[in-house]
Design a binder for this molecule. Structure first.
Ligand code: FE
Length: 229
């Protein structure tokens, strides 16, 4: 079985949100898809360990905000690599409340879909929720983020809880300047690409990054980075 085949599948990137009546949570998912058009139905696959899973099971409702291609890594890291059990992910993020009563993220998103769950499928580590669409709208006339763009252009990684997570392939042989890996989230700082979202120009060696520079995905400090083997 050649699991590289899975890398040939294409996906988008979404912030899936729900709540328990007292608070909200949202998380990044790449596995949101339309099931039928009449009536409009969507499905989402969520890791059972995640707080959003708990909230969707309770409330039977969720929203999916479609991430824009221009979204910075910090935004994706906030929703994708941190737990709502530790932080309020919506703190400092702009959103509006949809008809489900749950947040629709309005920063760095292009559209949003809201659904009421009518069925679910236990898939072992994950659960698929199938929901009738109760509202949807376009928020911004921009391209959506694709999973491929997130990986290839932005240098983004998958958390271990993603349905599509695979151990990364061995890195290619070292180029001119060393690449450094975040020991917390797996983000790779590539000097050739720099970190334009944080104002770091392409061609900046890791050693020359400012001391207060942090991982654009998870916020870890510079000393959490290790030279790529
Ligand atoms: Fe990180």
């Amino acid at each position: 079985m050649n699991k590289a085949a899975f890398f040939k599948m294409s996906y988008g990137l979404y912030v899936v949100s729900s709540g328990d009546g007292a608070r909200f949570n949202g998380q990044i998912a790449n596995t949101v898809f339309q099931v039928t058009s009449e009536p409009a139905t969507i499905a989402v696959c969520i890791n059972k360990q995640n707080l959003t899973h708990e909230f969707i099971r309770q409330s039977r409702k969720f929203t999916a905000s479609i991430v824009a291609r221009s979204a910075p890594l910090e935004f994706i890291g906030r929703f994708g690599f941190k737990s709502g059990r530790d932080i309020d992910k919506f703190d400092g993020v702009n959103y509006k409340i949809g008809v489900t009563g749950f947040p629709i993220v309005t920063d760095h998103t292009v559209a949003a879909i809201e659904a009421e769950v009518f069925d679910e499928l236990d898939c072992g580590t994950h659960r698929i929720f199938v929901g009738r669409v109760v509202d949807c709208d376009v928020l911004r006339d921009e391209e959506p983020m694709t999973y491929a763009y997130y990986h290839e252009v932005k240098g983004g990684k998958s958390p271990k809880t993603a349905p599509t997570y695979q151990k990364e392939a061995p890195p290619r042989p070292a180029a001119k300047a060393d690449r450094y890996v975040c020991s917390v989230c797996g983000y790779v700082y590539d000097p050739e690409k720099g970190d334009p979202d944080s104002g770091i120009k392409p061609g900046t060696p890791f050693e020359d990054l400012p001391e207060d520079w942090t991982c654009p995905v998870c916020g870890a400090e510079k000393d959490k980075f290790e030279k790529e083997a």
